[in-house]
Design a binder for this molecule. Structure first.
Ligand code: FAD
Length: 407
C-alpha cells in the first residue's frame, strides 16, 4: 500500500472540486485532487449546450468551455486521476483509494467532499411491463450521444421534465431522433423555463403535464410505452394511450452522492450533506460543496461554494479555528430545500432555496420578517438569498418560509 499526506484533499474534480482546489491553493497549503475519471470537469464534460458561466465569466459558455476556462485560472496542482476513494476514515483523517497502480492510503488535514450527484434510476419508479434494451437515464443518454457519438435509438419518449430530459429532447432531435414528447407526472414543469422554451418550444416538442408512463412494452428491444393522465397521484382510467418508440429516456431526478460518508456526515432528507455557511459539515475538518450538498441549477454557484469550502478547509488544516455555529436554519412553509442548514452568523452569506410548489409573486420570510419578494417562484428554479447577520437576527432557530403575495 502506498501512503501520501496532504494538508487539503479534495474528493471529486467537477466544478465544485475545481473550485475547492482554487480556494485551498489561495492559502498556499499542500493540496491534492482525487478524481475517478481520467480528467477534471465532472458532468461539465458531457454538457455541450450553452448556459454555463453567466456569473463567473459573464459569458454564456458550454460545459467544456467553462471547464477549460476555469482550469486555466487554476494553474498546476497535484492530482490523482482514475482513482476512486472507497472509504473515508474520519477518526484517523485517512482516505482509502484504489487506482491503476495500486491501493493508496491518503492522509488529510482537511477534506472537501465534491462528489456530485447520481441519477435516480428508472427502476425507482415502479412502472409495470418488461425491461427490454432501449431504456436510458437522461445523463447516460447524454453521455452516449455527446461523448461516445452513439445514438440510443430512433424514436424516443422522454419521461420527466427535469433539465437533463429537456436538454436531451433537443439534443436527440438535432441528431435526427424523432422525439414524440416529454411526459411529466406533476402538473408543472421540472426544469428551468429557459429550457422549456429553448429545448421544447423551439423544436415543437410537446410537453404533457400530469401524464406519465404506466407500462413498458417489448421483449428484447423497447417497442413502445403506455402513457396515462394522472390525477391525485393515480392514473386516470380510460386516458391510457400507446406510443410506439424504441427509446425511453428517464429524467427523473438527481440524488446527491454521499454514499461514502452517509454514516459519518449529517445527511438531510434529500440525501444532501448538511453544511453551515462556511461549507463545513458536522465534522470540523470535513467540508462539502456542489451537487452532493444540494442539486444546483447553475454551475457558477457550485464553483463559488467549492472555492469557499477549499479556502476554509485550508484554514482548518493550518490550525485556524473557524467560528462556531450560532443558528440552525429550517425549512418553513412552502420551502422544500435549503442549501445551508446552519449559520455561524459571522459574515453575510449566500443561501439557495427551492420552493415546494409553483407560486406567483412570492415573499420570502426569515422568521416573521419579509426579506425578499420574487415575481414568480417555481420548484425547478433556485432562489438566491443573501443573509446578512448584521441585518437579521440569527440565533437559535431561524425559519425560512415562502408565501404567495395576496393569498
Ligand atoms: C445535464 C446537466 C445540465 C446542466 N446544465 C447547466 C447549464 O446549462 N448551466 C449551468 O450553469 N449549470 C448547469 N448544470 C448544473 C451544473 O453544471 C452542475 O450542478 C455542476 O457542474 C455540478 O458540479 P459538481 O462538482 O457538484 O458535480 P460533478 O460534476 O458531478 O462532479 C463530481 C465528481 O466527483 C467524482 N467522484 C464521485 N465520487 C468519487 C469517488 N468516490 N472517488 C473519486 N471521484 C469521485 C466524479 O467522477 C465527478 O467527476 C447542469 C447539470 C446537469 C447534470
Amino acid at each position: 500500500m502506498k501512503k501520501v499526506k496532504y494538508d487539503v484533499v479534495v474528493l471529486g474534480g467537477g466544478a465544485a472540486g475545481m473550485g475547492a482546489i482554487k480556494g485551498a491553493l489561495s492559502e498556499n497549503v499542500k493540496t491534492l485532487l482525487i478524481e475517478r475519471e481520467a480528467s477534471t470537469g465532472g458532468v461539465l464534460n458531457q454538457c455541450i449546450h450553452n448556459g454555463f458561466g453567466i456569473h463567473v465569466f459573464n459569458q454564456e459558455l458550454s460545459g467544456p468551455e467553462y471547464h477549460e476556462m476555469y482550469l486555466e485560472k487554476l494553474g498546476t496542482f497535484d492530482a490523482m486521476y482514475e482513482t476512486t476513494v472507497l472509504k473515508v476514515d474520519e477518526k484517523h483523517n485517512l482516505l482509502h483509494a484504489i487506482s491503476k497502480d495500486g491501493v493508496y492510503e491518503i492522509e488529510y488535514g482537511a477534506l472537501v467532499l465534491a462528489t456530485g450527484a447520481r441519477e435516480r434510476p428508472f427502476e425507482a419508479l415502479r412502472i409495470s411491463g418488461t425491461r427490454p434494451a432501449g431504456i436510458f437515464t437522461a445523463g447516460l443518454a447524454q453521455h452516449f450521444v455527446n461523448l461516445e457519438n452513439k445514438l440510443p435509438g430512433h424514436k424516443a419518449v422522454i419521461l420527466g421534465s427535469g433539465d437533463i430530459g429537456l436538454i436531451m429532447a433537443r439534443r436527440l432531435t438535432l441528431e435526427g431522433v424523432k422525439v414524440e414528447g416529454v411526459y411529466e407526472i406533476m402538473p408543472y414543469q421540472g426544469g428551468l423555463t429557459r429550457n422549456i422554451v429553448q429545448c421544447l418550444d423551439d423544436f415543437n416538442i410537446p410537453l404533457h403535464l400530469s401524464t406519465s408512463v404506466i407500462k413498458v412494452h417489448g421483449k428484447e428491444r423497447l417497442e413502445g410505452v403506455t402513457v396515462a393522465k394522472f390525477e391525485n397521484g393515480r392514473p386516470v382510467e380510460g386516458s391510457e394511450r400507446f406510443i410506439e418508440c424504441d427509446t425511453l429516456v428517464a429524467s427523473v431526478g438527481l440524488i446527491p452522492e454521499n454514499d461514502l460518508v452517509k454514516e459519518i456526515v449529517e445527511i438531510d432528507l434529500s440525501e444532501g450533506a448538511v453544511v453551515d455557511d462556511l461549507m463545513r459539515t458536522n465534522i470540523p475538518n470535513i467540508f462539502a460543496a456542489g451537487n452532493n450538498v444540494c442539486i444546483h441549477d447553475l454551475v457558477d454557484f457550485v464553483t463559488m461554494e467549492g472555492e469557499m469550502a477549499g479556502k476554509n478547509a485550508a484554514l482548518v488544516s493550518k490550525g485556524e479555528k473557524l467560528p462556531e455555529r450560532k443558528a440552525i436554519i429550517k425549512e418553513g412553509n412552502n420551502v422544500r430545500i435549503l442549501s445551508t442548514k446552519y449559520t455561524t452568523a459571522s459574515q453575510a452569506f449566500k443561501l439557495y432555496l427551492r420552493v415546494s410548489k409553483p407560486m406567483g409573486t412570492t415573499a420570502l420570510y426569515l422568521n416573521d420578517e419579509r426579506i425578499k419578494v420574487v415575481p414568480v417562484a417555481k420548484p425547478s428554479e433556485m432562489i438566491e438569498l443573501t443573509l446578512d447577520p448584521s441585518k437579521y437576527k440569527m440565533r437559535g432557530k431561524v425559519i425560512l418560509s415562502a408565501l404567495e403575495v395576496g393569498k
